[in-house]
Design a protein around this ligand. Structure first.
Ligand code: SF4
Length: 419
C-alpha cells in the first residue's frame, strides 16, 4: 500500500521534493489553524483545557469500571458488547460477525481504530468488499494509501490528483472542481449504503451510564452507515469511555472547535442499541428503519499498557481532534505519511509504540523540533512535547545514538583531542 513504501529517508526526500504535497498542505493546514483560532476567540482556552484535562485524567483512571458499566447499559438496550485484546482479535470478531450474518459488502464511516487494526485488509482477504464512504477515506482507499491526518485522511492530495482518481473510476473526465468531485462521490457511493449487509463505524465517545455511542461528522455518511444496513458494528478504543452525558458534552464543546473550528459538528449521533418501535400494540420490535443488531467491539491493543505507564497514560486523554498536527512545523513540511505511522502528527508519535511498536517511530520522532506548539493547542492538556522527548530517550536506549551523534559525543568525551 502506498504511503509507507521505501525507507524513511527515501520517503522523506520524496515528501520534501513533492510540489503537489506542499501545495496540498499549504491549501489545508493554514485554514485549519485560522478556523481554530477564530473558534476560540473570546474564550478562556487555558481554563477550558484545564477542565477537560482533569476530566479526561479521571476517565482514564476509571476505564475498567466504565467498561463494565457501559457493557451492562448497552446490553440492557439490546446491543452486544465484545472485547478485543489486540488487532488480531478485533479483526477476528468482525470476521465472525460477517460470517454469522452472511455479509459480502461492508460500508464504513471514518474510523482510525479500524485503520489501526488493519480491518480492511483482513476483510478483503476473506472476499468481503469494503467501501469507505467518508469522502477523504474514499479518496485514500481509491489511491490505495493510508490516511495522512486524523481528521482529514486525504489532506495530502490536491483536487487535481483527486480528479484523476475519480476520472479513472468513472471512465470519463471529472473536472478538478470541488463541487463536481463531491457530486461524483455522492452519486457513486449512494447504492452501497442500501446494498451493504453491515455498516462499520468508530465512535468519538462511549457514555457508560447509558451504553451510548456518540459519533460526530459533517458529511452525513456515518448516519447512513449506522442506520441503513441491517447490522451495525462499532470498533471503539477503550479511551473513548466517559462516565456521563455531562462528560460527553465537555468533549463536544472542545472537539469540533479544535478540529475544524466549528462550534459544533453538522451531525452528532447518539446511538443506544438497535433501532426499535412499539408503535403497534406497544409490542417492542427491533430493526425498524435502522439496524436490527448492534455490536460494539472495545479494542485494547496496547491501551492498557499505555494506562499502566505512569508517564504515557496521559496520551489516553486524547480526543482525536488533530489540532496538534495542524500546528506542527514538521507536519506542515512533510505531511502525515512521513510524520507518523497509522496515527500521524505529534499524538501519532506518542501512541504508535503502544499500538504498533517503538520501531515504527524511531525515525519519524527525529522530525520533532521540540518547539512545544502542539502542547499549546491540545484541548486535553497532553504534554506532547515532553512525551516525544521521552520516546526519543527510549529509542536511543533501544537502538543507540545515530552514528554522527555518537562520534561527536565520543570526541567530546576525549578532551585531549581539543588540546
Ligand atoms: S493530542 Fe491533543 S491536540 Fe492532538 S489530537 Fe489528541 S486531543 Fe487533539
Amino acid at each position: 500500500m502506498a504511503g509507507h513504501a521505501g525507507t524513511f529517508h527515501q520517503r522523506l526526500a520524496e515528501a520534501l521534493n513533492s510540489s503537489t504535497l506542499s501545495l496540498a498542505l499549504d491549501r489545508a493546514l493554514p485554514t485549519f489553524r485560522q478556523r481554530r483560532a477564530l473558534a476560540f476567540q473570546g474564550e478562556d482556552f487555558p481554563a477550558l483545557q484545564a477542565d477537560l484535562a482533569a476530566r479526561r485524567a479521571q476517565h482514564v483512571a476509571q476505564i475498567p469500571d466504565l467498561l463494565e458499566r457501559f457493557q451492562q447499559a448497552a446490553e440492557r438496550a439490546g446491543a452486544v458488547v465484545h472485547r478485543a485484546r489486540d488487532a488480531a482479535e478485533a479483526c477476528a470478531l468482525v470476521g465472525d460477525l460477517v460470517e454469522r450474518y452472511g455479509v459480502r459488502l461492508v460500508v464504513k464511516s471514518k474510523s482510525m481504530v479500524t485503520e489501526e487494526v488493519g480491518l480492511n485488509a483482513y476483510l478483503s482477504a476473506r472476499g468481503v468488499q469494503v467501501v469507505e464512504t467518508d469522502l477523504g477515506e474514499f479518496i485514500v482507499q481509491l489511491a490505495q494509501e493510508h490516511p495522512s491526518h486524523l481528521l482529514a485522511p486525504a489532506l495530502h492530495k490536491t483536487r487535481e490528483e483527486i480528479a484523476r482518481l475519480f476520472s479513472a473510476l468513472a471512465g470519463r473526465e471529472i473536472p478538478p472542481e470541488i463541487p463536481q468531485l463531491v457530486a461524483f462521490a455522492r452519486d457513486h457511493l449512494r447504492r452501497f449504503f442500501i446494498e451493504a449487509g453491515m455498516g462499520v463505524s468508530g465512535a468519538n465517545i462511549a457514555i457508560a451510564e447509558s451504553g451510548t455511542l456518540v459519533i460526530l461528522e459533517n458529511e452525513g455518511n456515518a448516519r447512513l452507515v449506522t442506520t441503513l444496513p441491517p447490522v451495525h458494528v462499532a470498533l471503539v478504543g477503550l479511551e473513548k469511555l466517559v462516565p456521563t452525558i455531562d462528560d460527553a458534552t465537555a468533549i463536544l464543546k472542545l472537539l469540533s472547535r479544535s478540529a475544524t473550528g466549528q462550534p459544533i459538528s453538522t451531525y452528532i449521533s447518539f446511538i443506544t442499541g438497535p433501532s426499535r418501535s412499539a408503535d403497534i400494540e406497544l409490542s417492542l420490535t427491533t430493526g425498524v428503519h435502522g439496524p436490527k443488531a448492534v455490536h460494539i467491539i472495545f479494542v485494547d491493543n496496547g491501551r492498557t499498557a499505555m494506562r499502566d505507564d505512569p508517564e504515557f497514560r496521559a496520551a489516553l486523554q486524547c480526543i482525536r481532534c488533530g489540532a496538534c498536527a495542524n500546528v506542527c512545523p514538521a507536519f506542515q513540511e512533510v505531511g502525515g505519511h512521513i510524520f507518523g505511522h497509522i496515527y500521524t502528527g505529534p499524538i501519532g508519535l506518542v501512541v504508535t509504540p503502544f499500538h504498533h511498536g517503538l520501531e515504527h517511530i524511531s525515525d519519524p520522532q527525529r522530525l520533532c523540533l521540540g518547539c512545544n506548539t502542539c502542547d499549546t493547542v491540545c484541548p486535553a492538556g497532553i504534554p506532547l512535547a515532553s512525551l516525544i522527548l521521552s520516546l526519543r530517550e527510549r529509542v536511543v536506549a533501544r537502538k543507540g545514538l545515530p552514528l554522527p551523534k555518537r562520534l561527536a559525543l565520543d570526541a567530546l568525551a576525549q578532551p585531549a583531542l581539543f588540546d
